[in-house]
Structure formats: structure tokens, C-alpha cells
Design a protein around this ligand. Sequence first.
Ligand code: GDP
Ligand code: ZN
Length: 349
Amino acid sequence: MLAAAFASHARAGHTPGRVILQQRDGYVVVTDEGELRAKAAGRLLHEAKEIGHPAVGDWVALSRNPQERTATIHAILPRRTAFVRRAATDSARMLQIIAANIDVAFVVTSMNADLNPRRIQRYLAAAWQSGARPVVVLTKADLCDDPQVAAREIVALEPGCPVLLVSVRQELGLDELRAQVKPGETCVLIGSSGVGKSSLVNAFLKEDRMATQAIREADDQGRHTTSHRELILLPGGGMILDTPGIREVGLVDAEEGVSAVFDDIEQLPQDCRFNDCSHANEPGCAVRAALESGALDPDRWAHFQKLKLELAAVEEKAERVAKDVERRRLAGLQKHYRATKRNDRGIRD
Ligand code: GDP
Ligand code: ZN
């Protein structure tokens, strides 16, 4: 899909790159010739809303200035997934992309801190909204007498979502974690401060450094020598994207998150002949026309549809869980109330 999306940019003489860091005055992009500092082309910034600006994780089309080791970003390739948040300073519901094209979101929580199912659920929902696959990671297993019990509690919370037990201290479960990220895929670690995300990154970074060194020794050109803290290569060919802001993903309304990434797709049905078009075999369907003409990538369309279904399920589920928590809270209050009343009357349990 990337190659197809890039074809027109290649014809324009541009080269591909990936944004790994956003700074106040520009970006850092990784290309096949290493890292370059980059700025967005004036035209790109001028035409786009905030959401159309380059973001960390974006695949972009660049023109390079090799003498200065800088580049200009001319276009952003269609995003497969995106973590979105509402800009903190802006009341006008301005949306920002925190990270694009993330395949796997590790929702990290520690076994010793009290497990907070509701918080985990929020992170899971954020992951689903982004389009990434969530995986729950329970850290510091070495501090827990019976980690399986806690793990079961989380499995019950989100059936079907993998739950991994890890301990950086005992080097436990790290292989299983890596195995979740397929070659070419990108993952992020999200979760509260103190749960052990840096420790995980450091564990992988150490391996990355070692791997890079091995490549450097094998290849005297030193072409692959860049090892950046923001984009860490996993031995299996996956990547960890770990930049400021990603770890504490804020939530926006689920619908908004999807709209931010799939704005163009959401506009399409307006041109279908029938208002209730299911885009299956109705005549005058704009979606099918776009698919046939190649204007709409079939993978993106499939992903969009899947996301819509998942979102509906996540919302329904969040509602159910909230009700359940409330029911249990009330039941607890009632029990407490009855107990106090009995005690008031001098009756003992
Ligand atoms: P972050 O804020 O999520 O990045 O958390 P850190 O990685 O900074 O970890 C917070 C604390 O937990 C540090 O003191 C770590 O040494 C400790 N920690 C991290 N992983 C483990 C582990 O597997 N076992 C134990 N016992 N402590 C850990
Ligand atoms: Zn249609």
C-alpha cells in the first residue's frame, strides 16, 4: 500500500521518510540515508488544518538537501492509524495527531500499583480508537506473589485482548512482548507514570544498540549506524516509537478520532445516490466508484469499516462496565449502611 501511495511522489522526484520527532522549529525524519532535520513545505502548512500537518509516525515525501543534511516535507501519505487529542490550549475543539501509523499499542500497567480496571479500559479504548491493536502489559511481575490472579482479572476485563506478564528485573516475558510486533510494524507504550515503560524501552534500547553495533562492524560504510531514542528497532524487525506525549495519550470522543483520520472517506457517502446506501451493490454508489477508480485504497476502506464496528462495540462495552462498577458501588454502600444500622441497634454480625 505504501509503495502504491508513494508512486506519484516518486515521479515528482521525492524520496520517502518517516517522522520520528517533532520539535518546535521542525521535524526529525529517518530516511534510507539516516536522519535528517526537516521542515514542512510552506504550501503543505498553508493548505492544511492542524490535522494535516506532519506528525510523529507519518510517512512523508521529501526533497533532500544533502549538503546541509536537511529536507523539506512535501506531502504526508495516507495514515493507517492515528492517536488523536484535542489541543490543550484550544477550546475550539482543535485536533492534533500525537502519533500516526501505530500498529500495536502496549497498555502498560504495573502489578504492584493497584490495578485500575477503569484506567486500563480508557487506555484500551484510546488504542482501539486510534486503529492500533491493544495488548495489555502487566509489569513488575517479580513484585507480585501470584501474578496470574491479577492477569486473570484483566483478561476478564477485555476478552480477546492479549495480556502479558513481564519483569524487566528478571528479564521475564520480553520475548513474548516482542513477538506481538511483526516485522515492519510499529508499537508504542502507553500508561501512567511509574509503571515501568522507560525500563522496558531501556531493555530494548540496549539490544538495539547492540544490534546496531553488530551491523556497523559488518558494514564498514556505517550506513545503518543511527540509533535514535525515539525510534527503537526490535530484533524481530518491529519498531518502538517512544516520543514525548505518546505515553499519556489523552482521549477525544471516539467518533472524532476516526473522523480525524478518515475524513475523506466519511465525505464519500454524501455522493452516493441513496441516503441509506450500504455501498454493497446499489447503483450510483460513490464508495464503490472510488474503489474501482483507485481513488480509495481498499485496505483503508476495510480498516475504516472494521474500526467503525469496533468503536460501536467499545462504546457499548464501556457503558456496560461503567454501569457494572456503579452497581457494585451501590451494593457496597447498601451493605455498609445495613451493617451500620445493625451496629447502631447493638446487633452484631
Ligand atoms: P515509567 O514512568 O512508566 O517509565 O516507569 P519506569 O520505567 O521509570 O519505572 C518506575 C520504577 O519501577 C523504577 O524505579 C524501576 O526501577 C521500577 N521497575 C521497572 N520495571 C521493574 C520490574 O520489572 N521489576 C521491579 N521490581 N521494578 C521495576
Ligand atoms: Zn454507496
